[in-house]
Write a protein that binds this ligand. Sequence first.
Ligand SMILES: [Zn+2]
Length: 103
Amino acid sequence: MTRPERAPAPKRAKGARTSASAAAEAKAATAPPQLDLFPVRPVVDVLDPRSVVGAQTGVEHLVRVRLRPNDAPHLIFHDRHGWYCESHGPSCHTVQLARDEIK
Ligand SMILES: [Zn+2]
């Protein structure tokens, strides 16, 4: 990223710059990030593989993981190949969330 070219800012009276940054610092100190107060927990739904994949399926576990309620779900399968995400494979980080839910 490059900054757009600008004319040099006109010189200001001393004090204007420091008071603005001091106000910003004070705000940052008194307003902790909201994520720390209200962490968004992933939504993990354990599904029945036989009702989703079929009665003859060899899938042992089927788990739907959404990192946030409105996110697209990851479908995690556990079958003879092991645990894996339908979209991202075994290295998808939601696989661990699914495994934790089954244990
Ligand atoms: Zn995934």
